[in-house]
Write a protein that binds this ligand. Structure first.
Ligand code: ATP
Ligand code: MG
Length: 220
């Protein structure tokens, strides 16, 4: 992808008693090869915005264009499988699948053979410094930092070129946070991904190429 364009994107949570405008007329263009950080107070709309970019929901008004195509008119399952990928702070991994199976899962969805998927998964796991000792472990047998590394490479196993991460260092100690930030930064600068991170962590924001501040659903 070349550009991900947000045009007047608005989203509100509505119930019987109240309406919360979580994202309010956001306009922005994200590009590949750039590491973005979205910062702002709790409740300002970061997670909602990432969910919209991820195609988990559609804006109530406004549009998101992926390379000029309105996401609302794309096959959204395909969009989520092939264009954008999301890394969550917790519960990233399938608890009943091993490390190897977790990473193979999205690869298998692309239709490649088990053998090829396994080879690619092994390469990815090794790329984050984890060897065969880890392949058959379940997520609960990994440290927080290890789980997060696997969650990120699982996201890379798809063909997506936009990586979204919501508080990716939330539960990690300083050293593990630095490793994750460096990994995300390299994905943008060396592998040409568009990386968008929502965070409270100023050490991430310091590393970002572009820092976007959100307040009351708006980019300011
Ligand atoms: N399911 C929901 N129903 C109603 N309101 C919601 C819902 N989810 C979020 N909100 C509200 O929408 C606003 C934006 O929430 P969002 O989760 O996007 O914020 P955030 O910036 O990610 O916050 P945090 O930093 O705490 O994760 C908040 O006011 C929140 O209370
Ligand atoms: Mg959030």
């Amino acid at each position: 992808m070349e550009k991900l364009l947000l045009k007047d994107v608005t989203y509100q949570y509505k119930n019987k008693y109240q309406t919360v405008i979580a994202v309010n007329k956001v306009n922005f263009t994200f590009e590949k090869g750039v590491f973005y950080a979205i910062i702002g107070k709790s409740g300002c709309g970061k997670t909602t915005l990432l969910s919209l970019i991820a195609g988990l929901d559609l804006p109530h008004s406004g549009e998101i264009f992926y390379d000029g195509v309105n996401v609302a008119y794309m096959n959204r399952e395909q969009y989520r499988r092939e264009k954008v990928t999301m890394v969550y702070q917790n519960y990233n991994l399938f608890p009943l699948l091993t490390v190897l199976e977790n990473v193979m899962f999205p690869l298998r969805l692309t239709g490649i053979s088990t053998k090829k998927a396994k080879k690619k998964a092994v390469d990815l796991i090794q790329s984050v410094g984890m060897d065969e000792m880890y392949y058959d472990r379940f997520p609960f047998m990994l440290s927080g930092g290890e789980q997060q590394r696997i969650a990120i490479i699982r996201a890379l196993a798809t063909s997506a070129d936009v990586i979204l991460a919501d508080e990716p260092t939330g539960n990690l100690d300083t050293q593990n946070s630095i490793n994750i930030i460096t990994m995300l930064m390299n994905l943008a600068h060396e592998e040409n991904y568009c990386v968008i991170v929502a965070t409270h962590d100023m050490s991430i924001a310091d590393k970002a190429d572009i820092v976007i501040k959100m307040e009351d659903g708006k980019f300011i």
